[in-house]
Design a protein around this ligand. Structure first.
Ligand SMILES: CC(C)(COP(=O)(O)OP(=O)(O)OC[C@H]1O[C@@H](n2cnc3c(N)ncnc32)[C@H](O)[C@@H]1OP(=O)(O)O)[C@@H](O)C(=O)NCCC(=O)NCCS
Length: 219
């Protein structure tokens, strides 16, 4: 059980608060956000402090951070905040829903894993990964850092997901796929290719790469 500060004041932060309060032993003690986004001094009845100097108010030796942000800008914003928190000396918690089935070999820190995800045996998940509700994460897979699965994605067995990838709702990956860094698989896409290109955007069934589109420039 940890005393936790949640980063953010939008939907993801409000949801993180709800999940930690209702389905974890952690105690949420405060919220933090960048100064430019702070319009009041409390959120959800708890103190809201500037991220720029949060460590002066809540010591990293006593408190842990949780930064469950959206995947916009292909997870680069999430990565930036995650690394800034690390630099301040914080450890992060991960939240794994009691209603998820986790048979995998490991899950890193600052992961947000919601209800009805199935993580099969021998699959490893890195740091700062979001699995929104209801994904199938197949066996013998590897998911690296700063990756976002929305909902009802099917990742078949033996897939390797490099950092910063984003999966739209209902996307499907065949077994043994290797998704290169920053791949964006659109909602409903069915990936039959065994390998993608870095920062590529793939849509449709079978999924085709959108010409002249770079994922972090459009999403
Ligand atoms: C991939 C994605 C980001 C593209 O969005 P966009 O930049 O607004 O792209 P556009 O709508 O301009 O589409 C570009 C082209 O791809 C096609 N396209 C886009 N998404 C598609 C999809 N999911 N399936 C098939 N074709 C798609 C469009 O029809 C368009 O084709 P055209 O150029 O022949 O007209 C978006 O479709 C997507 O999948 N977003 C994720 C949604 C999601 O899962 N949200 C859950 C949030 S929790």
């Amino acid at each position: 059980m940890a005393k936790v500060i949640i980063f953010g004041v939008l939907d993801s932060a409000e949801l993180a608060h709800w999940y930690l309060e209702n389905d974890s032993d952690h105690e949420v003690v405060a919220f933090t956000a960048n100064k430019a986004y702070i319009k009041q001094d409390s959120f959800k009845g708890l103190p809201l402090v500037a991220f720029e100097n949060v460590e002066e108010v809540y010591s990293p030796s006593e408190y842990k951070l949780f930064a469950p942000m959206t995947g916009r800008k292909m997870n680069k914003l999430r990565e930036k905040i995650y690394l800034e928190g690390k630099k301040k000396g914080y450890e992060y918690i991960s939240y794994i829903s009691s209603k998820a089935t986790n048979l995998g070999v490991g899950i890193g820190e600052n992961c947000f894993i919601l209800e009805d995800n199935t993580i099969q045996p021998f699959t490893e998940i890195g740091n700062n990964v979001v699995l929104w509700s209801g994904n199938h994460i197949g066996h013998h897979g590897v998911i690296k850092d700063h990756v976002f699965f929305t909902s009802h994605v099917v990742m078949s067995g033996h897939c390797i997901i490099e950092s910063h990838c984003f999966f739209g709702v209902n996307a499907t990956l065949r077994d043994n796929s290797h998704l290169k860094k920053g791949t964006l698989l659109a909602m409903g896409a069915c990936l039959t290719l065994q390998e993608t290109e870095e920062w590529g955007v793939y849509v449709g069934s079978p999924a085709k790469k959108l010409k002249d589109k770079i994922s972090h420039e459009i999403y």
